[in-house]
Design a protein around this ligand. Structure first.
Ligand code: UDP
Length: 324
């Protein structure tokens, strides 16, 4: 049964609420009539992402770091705070590990004390460089604990283990979401992930930088679909103890993505190939059978359509930057 009924509202804390996914979630939850506390230390999040919400009567921005204890009286906590782009977490390795370990601990302690529901944003990275494709929630992963990606992969795995432990030991109502590659407006130009990189390179007429030979695969989910899925989880409190993959199951190679972006931008940029970073997963596609079943959810935005929206958004950003 859906917990949220029209006219009813929830008080929700979104950690990492000024980030890419967090800010879209805050906007959408406010539109649905809820009270939203957005907490961020602005390490990789941006104040601009929630600037238009500042005067909203049901919105409050809290400038704070999840690695220090915090106390906000809410009934639902969505813990998104962490750098998430490989380029970011390589630079911010210790901060990433602390956000996912200490940060998750503080968020869980708050959930326990406030008797709030706790929703953890985990990641497809817990599967590492997977040996099975697609990845279902039962797969335990293939993760290198001592490599460039381990600060993220292992700290998210720790966050999952801690969440599970609070569920078992302290009876906190928890749900773990394993979020796969997501793209859309408000990604930073310098984010370093493949979609912003290729689009901005193509728009500038620069070569598209393919790491490896481009045969590695990913499955890209448009932000509106991801937010819809997260909201369905928030509105369904019966998901206590669940671990759910969220993402698109439309799998393409990085080379196909480069060619598609070139076509959509109308660019004749070259493709340049360089070494594949260590531990870069060769294949990634979620099995979303469970999400379909328990959320009645389906990623709806075709990749071309979503990419066109992101291309337009980056074009607007570039012209706004020029005017400044
Ligand atoms: N990638 C690439 N060129 C870039 C950025 C990324 O070829 O300029 C590749 C990267 O090596 C990986 C895939 O694109 O195989 C997706 O990378 P991203 O950083 O977006 O996220 P990941 O899925 O690896 O976390």
């Amino acid at each position: 049964m859906w917990r949220f009924i029209r006219g009813d509202f929830l008080e929700i804390l979104v950690t990492g609420g000024a980030g890419f996914i967090g800010s879209h979630l805050c906007h959408s939850l406010l539109e649905d009539g809820h009270v939203v506390y957005c907490m961020d230390n602005l390490l990789t999040g941006k104040k601009e992402n929630v600037r238009d919400l500042e005067s909203h009567p049901r919105f409050q921005f809290i400038l704070a770091d999840v690695t220090k204890p915090f106390n906000v009286q809410v009934e639902t906590i969505v813990h998104l705070a962490s750098p998430a782009s490989p380029a970011d977490y390589l630079k911010l390795a210790v901060e990433t590990m602390l956000a996912n370990s200490l940060g998750t601990y503080h968020a869980l302690e708050l959930a326990r004390n406030a008797r709030a529901r706790f929703i953890l944003a985990s990641t497809s990275e817990v599967y590492g460089d997977p040996l099975v494709n697609p990845q279902s929630e039962e797969y335990h992963g293939n993760v290198n604990p001592v490599g460039p990606r381990s600060c993220y992969d292992e700290s998210k795995r720790f966050a999952e283990a801690l969440t599970y432990t609070y569920n078992q030991k302290h009876g906190v109502n928890t749900t773990i979401l394993r979020i796969f590659n997501t793209y859309g407006p408000r990604m930073r130009k310098e984010d370093g992930r493949v979609t912003p990189n290729f689009i901005n390179q193509a728009l500038a007429g620069k070569p598209l930088t393919i790491y490896g030979d481009g045969t590695q695969t990913r499955s890209f989910c448009y932000i509106d679909d991801m937010v819809e899925a997260i909201k369905r989880v928030i509105y369904k409190s019966e998901l206590n103890g669940y671990v759910i993959n969220l993402g698109s199951d439309h799998e393409i190679t990085v080379l196909e993505l480069a060619q598609l972006i070139k076509k959509l931008v109308g660019s004749d940029s070259q493709l340049v190939f360089s070494e594949l970073p260590k531990d870069d997963p060769m294949q990634r596609r979620p099995d979303i059978t469970l999400a379909r079943k328990v959320l009645g959810w389906e990623p709806r935005t075709p990749l071309e359509e979503g990419l066109k929206k992101l291309i337009e958004w980056f074009k607007e950003q570039t012209s706004a930057d020029k005017e400044r």
